[in-house]
Design a protein around this ligand. Structure first.
Ligand code: 4NP
Length: 152
C-alpha cells in the first residue's frame, strides 16, 4: 500500500483536484487497492468547505468527478503518508515546519516529478484553473510513472 497525501494551502482548489485526478488515474490502471490517496491544507480557514466551484467545474470538464471536504493537515497524515506532495514552495516550507522530523524524506513538490519542475500556481490568486489543472495532470502522471518504475 502506497499512501499519498496531496497538500496545498486551503484544500479547496489544488490538492483536492490532485486527489480526485490521481484516484482516477490509479483506477484506470486497476491499481485502486494499491494506493491510499487523500488531501489536506496547511491552514485551517477553509475547514469543512467543499471543493471551490471553479475547481469542481474544471475537473468535470476533464471527466473527473467526486467531492472533498477541506481539512487541515494533521500529524497523523504526516506519520502515515509515504509521500506528501505539495503544490508550491510556501506549502513546502509550511508543511516542513509543521511536520518536523516526522516529515523527513516524505515532502516533495508535485512538479518535481516532471521534467520541468516548478510549482502549481495557485488558481485562487491567478483565477486560471485550466493552467492549474494542466500542471496537476502532468505532475500526477509523472509521479505515477515514478512509482510504477519503482514497483508498486
Ligand atoms: P488552494 O487555494 O490552496 O489551492 O486550496 C486556496 C484556497 C483558499 C485560499 C487560498 C488558496 N484562501 O486564502 O482562503
Amino acid at each position: 500500500m502506497i499512501r499519498v497525501t496531496f497538500v496545498c494551502l486551503g484544500n479547496i482548489c489544488r490538492s483536492p483536484m490532485a486527489e480526485l485526478l490521481f484516484k482516477k488515474m490509479v483506477k484506470e490502471r486497476g491499481l485502486t487497492d494499491s494506493f491510499e490517496v487523500t488531501s489536506c491544507g496547511t491552514f485551517s480557514y477553509e475547514d469543512g468547505s467543499p471543493l471551490h466551484d471553479p475547481a469542481r467545474e474544471t475537473l468535470r470538464a476533464h471527466g473527473v468527478s467526486g467531492d472533498h471536504t477541506a481539512r487541515k493537515v494533521t500529524m497523523d497524515d504526516v506519520v502515515k503518508s509515504d509521500y506528501l506532495l505539495v503544490m508550491d514552495e510556501s506549502n513546502q516550507s509550511d508543511l516542513t515546519e509543521f511536520a518536523g522530523v516526522a516529515g523527513k524524506g516524505k515532502i516533495y513538490m508535485l512538479m518535481s516529478f516532471t521534467p520541468r519542475g516548478g510549482a502549481v500556481a495557485d488558481p485562487w490568486f491567478t483565477h486560471d484553473f485550466e493552467k492549474a489543472y494542466a500542471d496537476i495532470e502532468e505532475g500526477c502522471r509523472c509521479f505515477l510513472d515514478f512509482i510504477l518504475q519503482k514497483g508498486v
